[in-house]
Design a protein around this ligand. Structure first.
Ligand SMILES: [Zn+2]
Length: 475
């Protein structure tokens, strides 16, 4: 009787094993490596991750690429500040204050100085403010980006492919300052409708056309670098990139108004531009002082573009960084007045007025929070239990992990997920995103957001459009 019993047991086990879904197999493996950092990282690296919805283009680039592009742009660097400058460069001797950036290739001290100054590498929180070091990087390396947007898109797409992302929304001030210039030329008008009319009549459509043409050219360059459509096509060709126009909210009000209008116009005219976002440090004087005005502008202009999507940075703040009154309403106002469907960061949510009511409202309205753990840690000093990620999840608010500024932070998407590994990730290995459906372009980013949600914790509430991929769980 022993042999038949054993055969029956094996048979039952085999049946059970074969009955395991790819999700269950992935979850089981995930559980087995959860406390083994090396294996966990390898697992998360390979895991299909859906979309990265919060990516600043220049912040996504590594300093080493910036040095190459600055070199191609024939720029010099100020040794004392590590800032790139347009000037006649000094020679490479170490006592010269403004050598060519190309000198860094032979001068490892200068090269290392630049990589450290243009990123968070070797930054020590005991010695320097993370907030100040982080935000200062952009003005140091900024000129390197000139004429290299296509190169930057190729780098973002390549890295996204390597990290098994399928979709990235890239934030960039794609007009090169044209909208700000137009705003200054036309001048402020308290009547927003009239102000809009004047801007439309005085060159806004030319700016829209110019941005679209530049995006075409940048994409050509990206495809050329990635050899898309050839026998040697790079994996980055398969990553869909869409754009969010970046409004610089620290600028004068007429410039901010014009940039917001351009954001709405671009979203209307070109499906690659899926919306806009307000950027620059939220705690700076103008973003804090003009916050109410900015909400009023978006609220008013939204009525002309009711189908437009809005995602806003809100509460990339911490108590003490600004007075307590400054952290009590940015998320709520962004949602209730500006109509934001997604919130970037949302770190200070528990300092808002009636935070529990706000969390419930966000869950009810399906407002997704783009969670940027590494930059929150380095810029704001908020991490671990002080970060509200788990509170958002507890109240059913959709969340998506995002990189924010991968190049400056030097921290990739797999590492991000490794930091929050837990039950929220058990379903992720089985997920694919945009491959399984073909939604219209204008809803794609928000559909993808829903997938990102699935991948990042709120998988109990998948988008109505989402399906399981046929090749899910092959890993
Ligand atoms: Zn951001």
């Amino acid at each position: 009787m022993r042999a038949p019993r054993l055969a029956m047991a094996v048979c039952i086990l085999a049946t059970l094993c074969s009955a395991q879904t790819p999700e269950e197999r992935a979850a089981k493996y995930f559980d087995s490596v959860r406390h083994q950092p090396g294996l966990l990282l390898a697992f998360l690296q390979q895991m299909p991750k859906g979309g990265d919805l919060h990516v600043h283009l220049s912040g996504a680039i590594y300093a080493e690429s910036m040095i190459d592009w600055a070199s191609e742009n024939a720029l010099c660097v100020d040794r004392s500040t590590s800032k790139l400058i347009h000037a006649a460069c000094d020679s490479c001797e170490t006592y010269k204050p403004k050598p060519s950036i190309r000198c860094a290739y032979q001068d490892h001290v200068l090269y290392n100085q630049l990589v450290d100054a243009w990123s968070m590498r070797n930054w020590h929180r005991e010695e320097e403010s993370g907030h100040d070091h982080f935000f200062a990087t952009f003005e140091k390396f900024g000129p390197a980006m000139e004429k290299h947007i296509g190169d930057a898109l190729a780098e973002v797409a390549s890295r996204a492919a390597a990290d098994h992302l399928q979709y990235v929304e890239v934030m960039n001030t794609a007009d090169g300052g044209q909208a700000a210039t137009l705003g200054t030329k036309v001048g402020w008008d308290d009547d927003f409708s009239k102000f809009r009319d004047k801007l439309l009549a005085n060159g806004m459509s030319d700016i829209v056309a110019s941005v679209r043409a530049q995006a075409d050219a940048d994409e050509v360059r990206k495809k050329e670098l990635l050899r898309c459509g050839t026998a040697q096509t790079a994996p980055g060709c398969n990553v869909t990139l869409h754009y969010l126009y970046q409004v610089l909210r620290g600028l004068p009000k007429e410039q901010v108004f014009t940039q917001i209008l351009l954001g709405f116009e671009l979203a209307k005219a070109d499906p690659r531009f899926v919306g806009f976002n307000l950027v620059m440090p939220e705690d700076y004087y103008v973003p804090m002082h003009d916050f109410d005005l900015h909400m009023r502008i978006i609220e008013a202009l939204h009525t002309f573009y009711p189908a437009a999507h809005v995602s806003l940075h809100a509460d990339e703040l911490a108590m003490g960084l600004v007075p307590p009154e400054g952290v009590r309403f940015h998320i709520r106002e962004s949602i209730e007045r500006a109509g934001a469907e997604r919130i970037g960061h949302g770190v200070a949510v528990m300092s808002e007025n009636d935070p529990i009511g706000l969390l419930k409202e966000m869950a009810k309205k399906n407002v997704l929070v783009e969670i940027c753990l590494t930059s929150n840690d380095t810029i704001l000093g908020i991490s671990g239990d002080r970060h509200p990620l788990r509170i958002y999840m507890k109240y059913g608010v959709p969340v998506a992990l995002a990189t924010d500024d991968e190049g400056v932070s030097r921290w990739n998407t797999a590492l991000f997920r490794a930091r929050v590994c837990g039950a929220i990730l058990t379903k992720c290995a089985a997920l694919q995103t945009a491959k399984t459906a073909n939604p219209p372009a204008d809803v794609r980013s928000f559909w993808t957001a829903a997938n990102a949600r699935v991948c990042n914790g709120n998988w109990k509430k998948p988008s109505p459009n989402s399906k399981k991929s046929s090749n899910a769980g092959n890993r």
